[in-house]
Design a protein around this ligand. Structure first.
Ligand SMILES: C[S@@+](CC[C@H](N)C(=O)[O-])C[C@H]1O[C@@H](n2cnc3c(N)ncnc32)[C@H](O)[C@@H]1O
Length: 387
C-alpha cells in the first residue's frame, strides 16, 4: 500500500482526460483520489477495522495524511477526528471531511475567475523551475489562487485548494487536468532534477486554464455525494493531541493510524510544490516543527511513546489502537516490541488483539528516486488499551 505503492495508489480522478469520465461509477468514492499523498493506506484497511467498531464511535487518526480514516469514519456513521503536521495533509483531510456544497464551489470559482488579474512583479515569474514547470498564463492563475484562497479558515476555499493541489503536477501528457509540465503526480521532484529532465527531453509546459479545470474537477468529485457528518481536522503535532483536541477528552473509542515509517520518507519535502501552493516556501524544505522523519531507532520509539502520551487523555477507559507501521530494516519483532513498550508508558493494560504482516512493492519510490530504498514490509497491529 503505501509509500511505494504506485500499485495501490488510485489513478482515478486526475488522470482521466478532460471530459472523459469513466463510463460506470465504481464503488470508490471520488473524494479519495482528490489529491495524492506519498504514503497512504488503502480504504479497505480502514473499512475493515471500522466495521468492527461499535456504532457511532469516535475515531481518531493522529497522523491523518490524506484523511482516509476521518473520511471513512464519517461515511460509516462514526465521528472522525484527525491531526497532521503537514499543511497538505490537513487541507486534503479537511476538504474531504467538511465538504461544502458543489454549488458554493462553482460560485466561488466564478467569482475568482471574474477577479483574476496577472501579477507583474512576482519573483517566481522569472524563476527557472517555475517557468519550466508552468506556462506563464497558467502560472499567473496559480499564483493568483495561492494569494486568494483562504483555505485554513474557509471550507469552500479549502476544497478548491485541495482540488488545485491535486491537479498541480502530474503526467500532463496523459491528462488534460494537470497544470504542470510532466512530473510524477505522487511526489514533487526537486527543482534542479526536474529542470535537467525537462531540458533533456525538450519538454515545454502545457498551457492550461486552471479555472476551467477546477470546474470540471468539482463536477467529477461531487458525482459521489459527500458524507453527512463533519469531521474535525487540526494542524499540529500528534504529541500535543490532548491539547489540540481538548474538547474530545475521554471520548475516543478507536485510534486508527499509520505513523511515519522509520527512516523512509520526508512528507513535507516529498510534497514541496503542493506545500508551496498552500503558502509554504518555493523550494523543498524539511519540516520546521513536528518530527516528520526519524532515522534513529531510539528516537523513533521515543517519538511514538510521546504520541501515545499525547493521545491517552482523549481515549475512553478502554479503547482500541489500530496501527499500520513499517520501516527500513524494521523487523516484525522489533515493531511489536517497540509498540508495546511505547504504549505501556501511557496505559496500565495493553493487549495485542491481532497482528499481521504484508509485503509491499517498491514501485513508486524507486521509479522516481533511482537509489531510494523503501520499506518492504509493513505490519498491522490491533491493541486494546486501558487507562
Ligand atoms: C504514514 S503517513 C499517514 C498516511 C495516512 N494513513 C494516509 O492514508 O494518508 C504519516 C503522516 O504523519 C504525519 N506526521 C509526521 N510527523 C507528525 C507529527 N509529529 N504530528 C502529526 N503528524 C505527523 C505526516 O505528515 C504524514 O502525513
Amino acid at each position: 500500500m503505501w509509500i511505494v505503492l504506485g500499485r495501490r495508489l488510485s489513478s482515478g480522478g486526475g488522470s482521466e482526460p478532460f471530459g472523459d469520465f469513466p463510463k460506470k461509477l465504481t464503488m470508490r468514492h471520488r473524494f479519495h483520489s482528490l489529491c495524492p499523498y506519498f504514503a497512504m493506506f488503502p480504504e479497505s484497511f480502514v473499512r475493515k477495522h471500522l466495521t468492527l467498531a461499535s456504532t457511532k464511535s469516535v475515531v481518531l487518526d493522529c497522523f491523518s495524511g490524506r484523511g482516509t480514516t476521518v473520511f471513512e469514519a464519517l461515511q460509516m456513521g462514526h465521528q472522525g477526528l484527525g491531526i497532521d503536521v503537514n499543511p497538505l495533509a490537513v487541507c486534503v483531510s479537511r476538504a474531504k471531511s467538511a465538504a461544502p456544497t458543489v454549488a458554493s464551489i462553482r460560485q466561488r470559482i466564478e467569482d475568482l475567475e471574474a477577479r483574476f488579474g496577472p501579477s507583474d512583479d512576482d519573483p517566481l515569474l522569472s524563476d527557472e523551475f517555475f517557468r519550466m514547470c508552468f506556462a506563464e498564463p497558467t502560472l499567473q492563475q496559480i499564483l493568483f489562487l495561492r494569494r486568494e484562497l483562504n483555505w485554513r479558515d474557509n471550507q469552500v476555499d479549502c476544497f478548491i485548494a485541495a482540488m488545485a493541489a491535486g491537479c498541480l503536477h502530474g503526467e500532463s501528457h496523459r491528462s488534460q487536468r494537470v497544470f504542470s509540465n510532466r512530473m510524477p503526480r505522487t511526489i514533487s521532484t526537486k527543482p534542479s532534477y526536474s529542470v535537467r529532465w525537462w531540458r533533456k527531453h525538450e519538454l515545454l509546459p502545457p498551457e492550461r486554464n486552471v479555472f476551467e479545470i477546477l470546474r470540471a474537477e468539482a463536477d467529477f468529485r461531487f458525482a459521489c455525494p459527500p458524507p453527512h457528518g463533519t469531521g474535525v481536522v487540526i494542524e499540529g503535532d500528534a504529541r500535543k493531541s490532548s491539547t489540540l483536541l481538548a474538547d474530545w477528552a475521554r471520548s475516543v473509542d478507536m485510534v486508527l493510524t499509520s505513523p511515519p515509517y522509520l527512516d523512509v520518507t520526508h512528507f513535507r519535502e516529498d510534497q514541496w510544490l503542493r506545500v508551496w501552493f498552500l503558502g509554504g516556501e518555493p523550494f523543498p524544505c524539511s519540516a520546521t516543527e513536528g518530527d516528520d522523519r526519524h532515522a534513529n531507532v531510539d528516537r523513533y520509539w521515543q517519538f511514538l511513546a510521546e504520541t501515545w502520551a499525547g493521545v491517552a487523555p482523549l481515549l475512553k477507559d478502554t479503547a482500541q489502537i489500530v496501527i499500520r507501521i513499517g520501516g527500513k530494516k524494521m523487523s516484525f519483532e522489533a515493531a511489536r516490541a517497540g509498540l508495546e513498550q511505547s504504549l505501556f508508558q501511557s496505559f496500565s493494560r495493553v493487549s495485542c488483539l491481532s497482528e499481521s504482516t504484508s509485503d509491499i512493492r517498491n514501485g513508486q519510490l524507486r521509479s522516481f528516486r533511482p537509489n531510494a530504498e523503501g520499506t518492504r514490509r509493513e505490519f498491522d497491529f490491533v491493541f486494546s488499551v486501558t487507562a
